[in-house]
Design a protein. Structure first.
Ligand code: TRP
Ligand code: SF4
Length: 340
């Protein structure tokens, strides 16, 4: 386990922090879009990764019963995919009440208009029409995210394009706080943008649980096969002898993730010239997918036998995180004259 390091604005190694909501099983989009990158980052940065369970409630407040089980599965997926608790720190947001304290204090000084203009606020409200999101908590969600980040004085936040506006808000809040209380208590976090590959869902749309088009990290080999074999390919290839266009086919996107350069070239050439059929192409893909996922599946099954050990890791990580966040909070309470 990492020794807690004294937070400082002049670290030689940058601190990375990121969180994931425990909303359900992780799918390949989550893996290639975030987790795979986290696994790389743990070698180059001081990393903190957390279960963003309170964040689930900003949209799913009416149905919280699955959070614990989802969190457990997510932690198992993290470990199976190669996040290593010897290299990084895992914690659970709701175990660290300082996130709530900081969120409250920041809410006092954050103009409402800053939150209202975050683009995802309107977008998500329009998308999720089945529930009432005219809540205080949902509007404040980027504020909670700000508290998550700056409680640790994290310099870098690996996020997707869609979350960059949230980091921008965090930076504004930091500047306002430091200005109001005349002390550099917080550092301005920066997004850490990394190239992520395209991972379409089985129907060609974005891979998403709500579209029911996902391949999950803990789907079995057979389940993956049952999803891949009937998946739609280039509609131009109605018959085996019709040439196709790999660039419009999800199977080709998946080849790029799991197959060697030779196999990718074989797929591209064979598709365009109708030398191969889609069934051959898919079978070849499954070989590559199995080679990639089999060891992870095995590791996952092993880890899943001992969920109590997984919680133990989250517990000791949370203790480390607590020391870091408390150090910041002491300074916050001090400059806000709340230490008495
Ligand atoms: N907003 C992120 C998501 O929905 C999760 C998250 C919460 C997060 N707090 C964060 C990510 C802080 C990075 C930093 O996926
Ligand atoms: Fe897609 Fe492969 Fe069929 Fe071409 S041959 S359409 S890439 S599955």
């Amino acid at each position: 386990m990492n020794k807690p390091k004294e937070p400082s604005n002049h670290r030689t190694i940058e601190r990375v922090l990121s969180g994931m909501r425990p909303t359900g099983r992780l799918h390949l989009g989550n893996y290639h879009g975030a987790l795979q990158n986290w696994v790389k980052l743990q070698n180059d940065y001081e990393c903190l990764f957390f279960v963003a369970d309170w964040h689930c409630l900003t949209t799913d407040y009416a149905d919280p019963k699955d959070i614990r089980g989802n969190a457990e599965n997510m932690l198992i997926d993290w470990l199976a995919c190669g996040l290593d608790p010897k290299k990084c720190t895992f914690f659970v947001q709701s175990w660290l009440k300082v996130h709530a304290e900081l969120h409250l204090l920041l809410s006092m000084m954050t103009p409402l208009s800053w939150l209202e203009r975050v683009p995802s606020y309107k977008e998500i409200r329009q998308q999720l029409t089945d529930r009432d999101l005219s809540t205080y908590g949902f509007l404040g969600y980027p504020m909670l995210m700000t508290a998550d980040i700056i409680a640790y004085n994290a310099n870098r936040v690996p996020v997707g394009e869609d979350q960059v506006a949230h980091i921008e808000l965090s930076r504004e809040v930091v500047r306002r706080f430091n200005f109001l209380y005349k002390k550099e208590v917080f550092v301005e976090p920066k997004p850490l943008l990394t190239q992520t590959p395209k991972v379409p869902g089985l129907d060609g749309r974005k891979m998403s649980k709500s579209y029911n088009n996902c391949i999950y990290i803990y789907d079995t080999k057979e389940e993956v096969r049952k999803k891949i074999m009937p998946a739609i390919t280039d509609p131009a290839r109605k018959r085996r002898e019709d040439p196709g266009h790999p660039e419009v086919c999800i199977i080709h996107d998946y080849h790029k993730l799991y197959s060697s350069a030779e196999v990718c070239a074989w797929c591209e050439d064979g598709c365009r010239t109708a030398k191969i059929g889609c069934v051959d192409c898919k079978k070849k893909l499954l070989e590559g997918m199995d080679a990639f996922w089999d060891p992870i599946r095995e590791k996952r099954a092993e880890i899943a036998k001992h969920p109590e050990q997984v919680w133990e890791i989250a517990k000791s990580g949370s203790e480390v995180a607590k020391i870091l966040a408390e150090t910041t909070m002491e300074k916050v309470r001090e400059v806000m004259h709340l230490k008495y």
